[in-house]
Write a protein that binds this ligand. Sequence first.
Ligand SMILES: *Cc1c(COP(=O)(O)O)cnc(C)c1O
Length: 361
Amino acid sequence: MDRIHNFNAGPGVLPESVLRKAQQDIWNVGGSGMGIMEHSHRGKLFEKVIAEAETTARELAGIPDNYRVLFIQGGATQQFAMVPMNLLAAGRTADYLLTGVWSEKAFKEAKKFGAVHAALSGAASNFSEIPPASAVAYSADPVYVHLTTNNTIFGTQWRTEPAVPAGVPLVADTSSDMFSRPIDVSRYGLIYAGAQKNLGPSGIVLVIIRDDLVERGAETLPTMMQYRTYAKEKSLHNTPPTMAIYVVGQVLNWIKETGGLAAMAERNQEKAKLLYDFLDQSAFFRGTAAPGSRSLMNVCFRAPSEELENRFCAEAEKRGLAGLKGHRSVGGMRASIYNACPRASVVALIDFMKEFETANR
Ligand SMILES: *Cc1c(COP(=O)(O)O)cnc(C)c1O
């Protein structure tokens, strides 16, 4: 065995078939005598790679024609700035739904560009749940509403989109649950997803943006900070991370070949249920997210003491179960069971947890 069970939160596990194909294509892609990384981004071969990645994304999510599909660098973190730079017009207010570390970071960054309003905060429950819809208090006339669909660090996830005032674009950071379930793109103005959780390598972001929002940003913004640059030039204004886009395309193909988003959601539900069911009956481990807000992607849990938690992670590592330590800001354990995490890895984790519980109870 030369591969272990990978529960890393991001960069995370990739599908085996994608890695194997990438290995070949790094050496010689499509019989061209060159590897994918060595091809010009203006050449026929790469043009096809990026066009196919877009087409597959469109097919998978049924992305309507009045939305652009863009590949942007700088990670999801750069979108924390790019969104308000382009959409937060002077004299207007942007509303943020604060459900965890990443949404707070997005909120803090947006403050640099204009007025922002926290329309919801889960801080009182230490972000262990998505507060109820009744707790949302929008400002008088928000220019957009921003949410984080899955809270990677606290292990909570929105079940469905919150209602927003009529005509107000919903902007979503879907970095850690993109394409893990069907998504109704028409309910959003802008969706962004850093690729390294569910879509591919780090450093590339998939952005889906409605046409009318593409043109909102001032033309005086830096060229690379305007959505219109990417929309007009099909994400090829400068040299994009060609390898990363290639891998995203392969991951999208893999999602399609394995049955699309509905089948993916079914598998993800089943994997998460195995783990949560185990946690619910355990007298030793306990899940930290409120049951109604549990993430299907990041399962956070604790053991009776920090000492036991440290031992758990160390022993798990020795047994080929990697990446189980919780985020440094919250402690405990976190199993990230993204799209590409095989069911067998979840089963192996539960087997180890049973054993650890028996030995340390
Ligand atoms: C990982 C993550 C980010 C940060 O992504 P970078 O690519 O490191 O900028 C932002 N939002 C969410 C929800 C994430 O999970």
